[in-house]
Design a protein around this ligand. Structure first.
Ligand SMILES: [Zn+2]
Length: 242
């Protein structure tokens, strides 16, 4: 090849290599899915927000099914793994904080940092609830309370996301609607620099919800509800969630 041809071909090659894969589109939003907990709890502590002297345990380990014995960490992961392809088919890039239930929980600052580094359009944390009262049941969605210096940059968008996620989750699962809850004490919220919500799908300590959430059909329902709520928040058509 003549030298001039190389000088022309080289920048073209570099440009081609740097292009996103077909269909990815440079403006595709990123959603970080955070299946709560892991195989083992983490008793180490971490500050509840940047610069805070208040520390909380990294991970108490989560709950488990009263009847089925299913671990919350495993349920959260199954729903996240069902949700990922739904979002990807809708043109959303998906990052998971974990893809297996095998280790000690990384803690909540680490989870938030994954979402921050990905510049997530939404940091979606997936959990299920537990209570000493086995009649307690229903779905609720948590989002950060307004704390100056910590969440003022993400408060309004998080609250908006919590509304769409909660309404679509309730529609999909048909569990009682426990509404939204603001939390000032969640480490994973206070360290997030991107909109963040935490969905509590239902109560694993309630025999009815435990049995249902342990089924593939209800894990799929949860994934569809989370997908629809996420896409509505991102201003995309929720009909893509199938
Ligand atoms: Zn949990």
């Amino acid at each position: 090849m003549p030298r001039t041809a190389i000088w022309i071909a080289l920048p073209v090659l570099v440009a081609l290599l740097g292009m996103p894969p077909a269909g990815a589109g440079q403006r595709s939003p990123v959603v970080v899915l955070d299946p709560g907990h892991d195989l083992r709890a983490n008793a180490a502590t971490e500050p509840i927000g940047p610069g805070s002297s208040t520390r909380k345990i990294k991970d108490g380990g989560g709950t488990h099914g009263l009847v089925t014995g299913l671990r919350e960490a495993e349920l959260n992961l199954r729903v996240a793994l069902r949700l990922r392809p739904l979002l990807e088919r809708a043109g959303v890039r998906v990052v998971l904080t974990r893809t297996r239930t095998v280790g000690t929980s990384m803690g909540n600052i680490a989870r938030a940092r994954i979402a921050n580094r990905a510049h997530a359009g939404l940091f979606l944390r997936i959990h299920a609830d537990g209570s000493t009262d086995r009649t307690a049941r229903g779905t609720h969605t948590l989002y950060p309370a307004l704390t100056r210096g910590w969440t003022d940059d993400v408060y309004a968008a998080s609250r908006r996301a919590a509304r769409t996620v909660q309404s679509e989750l309730v529609r999909a699962l048909r569990f009682p609607d426990r509404g939204l809850q603001e939390r000032a004490d969640f480490t994973g919220f206070n360290w997030a620099d991107v909109p963040v919500v935490l969905a509590e799908l239902g109560f694993m300590t309630n025999p009815t919800e435990d049995r249902l959430l342990a089924t593939a059909a209800y894990q799929r329902r949860a994934a569809i509800g989370l997908c629809r709520g996420t896409l509505r928040f991102l201003g995309r058509r929720p009909a893509a969630c199938r």
